[in-house]
Ligand binder design. Structure first.
Ligand code: PLP
Length: 378
């Protein structure tokens, strides 16, 4: 079956956060992390059938989400897990502060890379826990293996990993993960590995490695967060999972989740099941499309030395060092040239911007033409 990712789906008059922001302006929205692609046909059919019932009471999926998670991670990442390890969630973001509150005492803290998807760092403030930031080299093609990992005190007890990395659009190699595993072992850290972008490795020769799958000892200290939201464009439907092999750890987290979070949305469960059970061919086609979009972006930036980027190999986000533009606020400057990217400020680098290339090629190419024009005229 073929899928048409070139279709320009009109989102201007919908509830799309991405498109509403610039509704009345000639600014191409390439910011918040969802794509402009219509979901896989199997997902749409499953949702239509569920909506047709017209009743949306409390749901019991009879273990369908945990069982489907088991099958998906086995097939995609060759990781054998037990359905009992899976905790259904209504989203991933709330877990960041919830984990700090339920696993760390007030005087303990976490470790996290920077730049990073802002909720990782914001969550420490909300949880009133300390957080130590480790620079992650994104612009130098620098090998993650060579960056120093700082000595920790007994205060730091939780390591956050974002793999693949947002905003970098980079997946961690097995060696890089092993290095983090050794670090976590040395300092006896819990490890929360957010793998929401795991199904979007763009190059077919690369496969995602879950941190927890490295060894039994990694599994025992890990909380893996997964969902179909990014790869299948379901971010508005409120469904995700945590996979926690360690029984005692899982019960602590399960208890906190039950107290503090809503159950997954029943339409989100329906959509996730249709994604993971029936939509792999759509996902493969989408990866191919995103790969070509990524290549268009790389090709354009090669002609613009004022912008530096490490080639993204996962997801649909590209992190661009715009300091060469010599603008106080490169994000605002790009808006004035008709491009709505995400400012790097909240991620930890105000001279960077994040570009979302998860859109139809015609729109991306229009944006790249604007970008080229703006930068070469500057
Ligand atoms: C790394 C990462 N984690 C979590 C989320 C949000 O997940 P959720 O919508 O399930 O809270 C995002 C969304 O951009 C993300 O990029």
């Amino acid at each position: 079956m073929s899928f048409n990712f070139d279709e320009r789906v009109e989102r201007n008059h919908t509830d799309s956060e991405k498109w509403l922001k610039y509704r009345d302006q000639d600014i191409i929205p390439l910011w918040v992390a969802d794509t402009d692609f219509r979901v896989a046909p199997a997902i749409q059919h499953a949702l239509l059938a569920r909506v047709e019932q017209g009743i949306f009471g409390y749901a019991d999926d009879q273990g369908a989400l945990p069982n489907t998670t088991v099958q998906w991670v086995e097939k995609q990442y060759h990781w054998a897990i037990n359905p009992d390890w899976v905790i259904p969630l209504s989203g991933i973001k709330p877990l960041f502060s919830l984990l700090q509150e339920c696993l760390l005492s007030r005087d303990q803290g976490s470790v996290c890379h920077t730049p990073i998807y802002p909720p990782f760092t914001q969550s420490a403030t909300h949880a009133h826990r300390s957080q130590r930031l480790i620079p992650y080299p994104l612009f130098d093609d620098a090998d993650f293996l060579s960056i120093p990992l700082p000595a920790l005190t007994t205060r730091e007890r939780l390591l956050f990993i974002c793999n693949p990395h947002n905003p970098g659009g980079r997946s961690y190699s097995r060696e890089a993960l092993q290095r983090l595993a050794d670090y976590a072992e040395h300092y006896d850290l819990w490890v929360c590995s957010d793998e929401i972008h795991a199904d979007l490795l763009l190059d077919p020769e690369h496969a995602h490695t879950p941190f927890a799958s490295l060894s039994p000892s990694c599994a025992q200290r890990s909380i893996t967060l997964l969902s179909a939201a990014k790869a299948f464009n379901l971010a508005g439907l409120g469904c995700a999972v945590a996979i926690i092999p360690n029984n005692a750890l899982r019960e602590r987290v399960r208890h906190a989740v039950a107290q503090r979070m809503a159950a997954p949305n029943s339409l989100g469960i329906v959509a996730t099941l249709a994604a993971w059970q029936q939509s792999e061919d759509w996902l493969i086609a989408q990866r191919h499309y995103l790969r070509t979009n990524r290549n268009h972006l790389v090709e354009s930036l090669q002609h613009l030395p004022a912008l530096r980027m490490t080639v993204p190999d996962a997801g649909f986000l590209a992190w661009i060092d715009a300091s060469g533009l010599q603008q106080v606020d490169p994000h605002r400057w790009l808006e004035l040239h008709g491009l709505g990217l995400t400012s790097g400020a909240a991620f930890g680098d105000p001279q960077a911007v994040r570009l979302n290339f998860g859109c139809c090629r015609a729109l991306l190419d229009q944006a790249l033409t604007r970008l080229t024009h703006a930068v070469t005229q500057a």
